[in-house]
Design a protein around this ligand. Sequence first.
Ligand code: SAM
Length: 222
Amino acid sequence: MATDAFAEARKRMVEEQLKARGIRDQRVLRAMEAVPRHLFVRPEDQEWAYADGPLPIGYGQTISQPYIVARMTELLGLKGDEKVLEIGTGSGYQAAILAHLAREVHTVERIPELVEMARQRLAKLGLTNVHVHHGDGTLGWPEAAPYDAILVTAAAPKVPEPLLEQLAEGGRLVAPVGSRGLQYLERWTREGQTFHRERFEPVAFVPLIGSYGWDLEDLLAE
Ligand code: SAM
């Protein structure tokens, strides 16, 4: 377990924000206690890195609230041998959590500056099983498909079709789906050509922008 200056704050975050709210997957709890979240926020925000909320990461984007990261990760039900796709790399924090819990992680981000920063952070932590790609994640990342688990960390008007196509048999996809202001966490599980959908709690994410997401021009005109 890491023993940096923030180790105590991280322990408290796990106890008070995650365990207390019902996160039970021990592997998820251990990963949340191990990954130094303060290295994924702007230097001026480090003192808030373990607070109970999202934080700005520049370019109008956010690093999600720790509880939401843990909750969505838990919904994927990772055991350790999976190939995972994340859409919306942002700071790279969620990808680092996934890297602790799966065999191989591919993560796609549309903003080049965030891609570069996430690559540097993940490399510094020695997380060599994460591959950060630049592109429109609503198209997935066909080069490494199929995926045992897919996590979308931006709000989608509906689950992008290419992501469902890139899901392996028995695979799970978790995404916030709904309107611009309010979405519900959904989990889609693949059984052949059939997809079972479950709905969980309401959330509020920044928009998923792309061919199978929200249109950038429409958002700018709002
Ligand atoms: N998972 C991130 C983390 O741990 O910091 C937080 C993700 S942030 C809430 C949403 C991210 O999705 C933003 O960085 C945004 O640029 C990105 N995004 C939005 N639309 C995208 C798309 N079509 N493809 C890839 N990334 C996208």
